[in-house]
Design a binder for this molecule. Structure first.
Ligand SMILES: *Cc1c(COP(=O)(O)O)cnc(C)c1O
Length: 338
């Protein structure tokens, strides 16, 4: 660890060298622990035994619709405050759950929030965007932009704010960094306490911090990431963050990542995901979202079909939230009503 620098965004660790623990504690912004609920009807519909499947309700984390980004923000915003920030700047897609929850955390703490979003302002804001406005965040539209150009635009925005006398902190894309992933290191430990026999933890893979923390807590062989196509090269990102959080770093080959649910890309609703949404709703009364958790269940279903997950193996499906995204997706109505 000699020579390692801690930073609020926690980027750039040397592979295989654990990052030093931050000098500040995390904020407590959610309601912990979240429940782990049985899903027997869904288990049987998938071809598992009734008591094999559990849903980790990280959609019930409190604060403005809930979701996985709260656990990451507890660390990244603690880092921002340790640096004296009075303004949070972050990035995302128009329907970013992370952007919405950053707006909520800012409101809760009395910080200004600026969201740099891909695309153009829509005529009729819906879903997460509606909440962003309600929560008082300022929106900056970045046009056609990938994660990197969004990050560049966020840094420019922060520089403008600094010139105007503010003290902004840039929270990374999706809230994912070594620091943010600590929230899911804690979540993984929580799951191991609730279900010591867990064999598979299935999670949607976006910016990578959630899977990375779970891998650091439970080991690479127990975590199955279902890629959503949110960012290229995400397997490497997960490996790097996870390696910085554990003495026993996973090798890249050990990471279990399914790419069969990306379909035509991040924003599209695939037919497998549409089926998964209706399966979870009709078996368990649980609403998943069209971008992340619906894909995670579709990936779990595919994994049972091809034998990667077998009856008798305790499986936890991560419900990472995203309900506002359900109400903000243009293709959901057609999938529900045909
Ligand atoms: C962001 C998000 C994910 C993915 O988490 P990452 O840490 O970005 O990989 C999963 N589910 C929902 C609902 C999300 O908003």
């Amino acid at each position: 660890m000699v020579g390692m620098q801690s930073s609020t965004t926690g980027s750039g660790p040397d592979h295989g060298v654990p990052a030093p623990a931050p000098s500040f504690p995390p904020l407590r912004l959610g309601t912990w622990p979240t429940p782990l609920e049985p899903a027997p009807r869904l288990a049987e519909a998938l071809g598992l035994r009734g008591d094999d499947l559990w849903i980790k309700r990280d959609d019930l984390t409190g604060l403005a619709g809930g979701g996985n980004k709260i656990r990451k923000l507890e660390w990244t915003v603690a880092g921002a405050l340790a640096e004296g920030a009075d303004t949070l700047v972050t990035t995302g897609a128009a329907q970013s759950n992370h952007a919405r929850l950053t707006a909520a955390v800012g409101a809760r703490l009395g910080l200004d929030v600026v969201l740099v979003l891909a695309g153009e302002a829509p005529a009729a804001p819906s879903g997460n965007l509606l909440l962003d406005g309600l929560l008082g965040a300022r929106l900056v539209w970045a046009g056609d932009a990938d994660a990197e150009s969004l990050d560049a635009r966020a840094r420019e925005t922060a520089a403008e704010l600094r010139r105007a006398g503010a003290n902004p902190a840039v929270i990374p894309f999706g809230g994912s960094s070594v620091l943010g992933a600590r929230g899911y290191l804690e979540a993984g430990r929580e799951i191991l306490q609730q279900s010591p026999e867990v064999r598979h933890i299935v999670v949607a893979l976006g910016s990578g911090g959630t899977m990375a923390g779970l891998v650091a807590a439970a080991g690479a062989r127990r975590v199955l990431g279902v890629d959503t196509g949110a960012r290229p090269g995400v397997r490497t990102v997960v490996g790097t963050y996870a390696a910085a959080l554990t003495e026993d770093p996973p090798s890249a080959e050990d990471l279990r990542v399914r790419t069969d649910q990306v379909g035509a890309g991040y924003a599209t609703l695939t037919s497998e995901t549409a089926e998964a949404l209706s399966l979870a709703a009709r078996c368990e009364g649980v609403v998943l979202d069209p971008v992340y958790t619906g894909r995670a269940l579709a990936g779990l279903r595919a994994a049972v079909r091809d034998g990667e997950i077998r009856p008798g193996e305790t499986t936890v499906l991560m419900h990472t939230g995203g309900l506002p995204g359900f109400f903000g997706h243009p293709d959901v109505a057609a999938a529900v009503f045909g």
